[in-house]
Design a protein around this ligand. Sequence first.
Ligand SMILES: Nc1ncnc2c1ncn2[C@@H]1O[C@H](COP(=O)(O)OP(=O)(O)O)[C@@H](O)[C@H]1O
Ligand SMILES: NC(=O)OP(=O)(O)O
Length: 309
Amino acid sequence: MKKRAVVALGHRALGTTLPEQMAAVKQTSKILADLISEGYQIAITHSNAPQVGMIHAAMNEFGKNHADYTAAPMSVCSAMSQGYIGYDLQSGIREELLDRGIVKTVSTVLTQVIVDPYDEAFYTPTKVIGRYLSGEEATFEKQKGNYVVEEPGKGFRRVVSSPNPVKIVEIEAIRTLLDADQVVIAGGGGGIPVLEQKHHLKGAGAIIEKDLTAGKMAEDLNADLLIILTGDEKVQINLGQPNEELLGEISASEAKQYMEDGQFGTYTMLPKFKAAVSFIEKGEGRKAIITSFDKLGEAISGKTGTVIY
Ligand SMILES: Nc1ncnc2c1ncn2[C@@H]1O[C@H](COP(=O)(O)OP(=O)(O)O)[C@@H](O)[C@H]1O
Ligand SMILES: NC(=O)OP(=O)(O)O
């Protein structure tokens, strides 16, 4: 039986602007094709904060200035970001596979993820999206009822709520594609957050942390491996202190201890560890790798990366 992996792609694997994304995806596709060539069945999820910020700004500026265009809510923009990023990944991976003589369908499943309307996150927006804003732009956003935070010396950023993923609506479609040995991109940008109202799923104005959705998807698919590709080859503890240390192979209980000790950024590295530990604890023989996207091959063969077992 083939090994099954869920791969979460971070910012570096995608870039920010359209040309950056096109170049980054070419590189990322090679790495993912290597994994597939090694016999892994993979489901891929990805970041979307820069892209969804860009799409939301564009849609809402047009909506304001042209009577025949309407502004788009965040959930619709989230769906657009899944389509746009999924499209680039689908083409890139397909091409890389064909270059190696591998014929496989690569598809994107527009994925909705049910969130809890009473999730505490709705009271405190924390998820940073889009580009840096000037003071004037930040004031304008606040006037529209949006939230911004200041990053000293850099500018302002928009923030939205980031509720926990409760249920992946299209999980059976994702599972079916993997069972058919196809490559699937799903849960992009953490999935489109939706509130369950009887049979209706109402889009929520929020962005889910993609690492948490990746972990949930890995649990649901009973994957062997959760791979989180980020900017660093290995995670550090005691960051910025004289006793700074790179983490290699650690157990889930060691990882939990580091989490409790506050070793990881709340909105950056911590969700990756939460996802990894929860995934590992809910099954047998599971492993999670956190590494930079260009080091995946070495990490798979045990030469680098932070590996949690
Ligand atoms: N203990 C830590 N070790 C390494 N990086 C950390 C740590 N705590 C926070 N970080 C930050 O987390 C970042 C990765 O998180 P994020 O920017 O959300 O990534 P991505 O888009 O790759 O998912 C790193 O680039 C680093 O700045
Ligand atoms: N949705 C999400 O987690 O996006 P980023 O990784 O870009 O913040």
